[in-house]
Design a protein around this ligand. Structure first.
Ligand SMILES: CC(C)(COP(=O)(O)OP(=O)(O)OC[C@H]1O[C@@H](n2cnc3c(N)ncnc32)[C@H](O)[C@@H]1OP(=O)(O)O)[C@@H](O)C(=O)NCCC(=O)NCCS
Length: 158
């Protein structure tokens, strides 16, 4: 991790964060469309991260929105949760924002799910694997973590 920035995490509940449009524009410029989906599904009420164990978190660094990440019920297995809509702005990467978002979501998941899954983009595989996710090839998934068998955050830290 570079530096020691103070990262504040907040659950997103009623409205998307104020500078969400900037985040979305940066994601789109990089070719990531999933924040468009997040905004559209949020506006339509189709995905509000409000089911059992579901959650959308926003990460702020010095008051600026630095990233988002969420958990929803895994469509192929209701006993699991799936990581979704995970994005850290380029200027804030490799400073631990993604890790803190993921660890908070994993902590949140422990009481509600047996496992956490992802259908990850290949460029992010090292990030998920550094958190302890294991590669899988089933149900359109790329990675999973068994919460009953895993010390969350291993092998690279707390
Ligand atoms: C993937 C992503 C969320 C990671 O966020 P981040 O805040 O940069 O990640 P962190 O700084 O918390 O990284 C934690 C650890 O993951 C690993 N890691 C993260 N990005 C990595 C990369 N590009 N290459 C190799 N390892 C990486 C490292 O072990 C890192 O620890 P270190 O910096 O101490 O070496 C971010 O790069 C991103 O938003 N990418 C574009 C969108 C995307 O791919 N989203 C995921 C869709 S599935």
């Amino acid at each position: 991790m570079v530096g020691a920035k103070k990262i504040r995490l907040e659950p997103v509940a009623d409205e998307l964060p104020a500078d969400f449009e900037e985040l979305r524009a940066e994601a789109r410029a990089e070719g990531h469309r999933f924040l468009n989906r997040l905004a559209e599904d949020w506006a339509a009420g189709a995905m509000r991260f409000d089911g059992r164990g579901e959650r959308l978190l926003a990460a702020f660094v010095d008051g600026e929105l630095a990233g988002v990440g969420g958990l929803t019920i895994e469509p192929t297995d209701p006993t699991a949760l799936r990581m979704r809509r995970f994005y850290v702005r380029p200027a804030h990467r490799r400073t631990g924002v993604g890790r803190q978002l993921a660890l908070a979501l994993l902590d949140n998941a422990k009481g509600d799910a047996k496992a956490v899954t992802i259908n990850a983009q290949s460029a992010s595989f090292p990030f998920w694997e550094a958190l302890g996710f294991i590669r899988v090839t089933r149900d359109g998934l790329t990675h999973a973590m068994d919460l009953r068998a895993t010390s969350v955050g291993s092998p690279n830290g707390p």
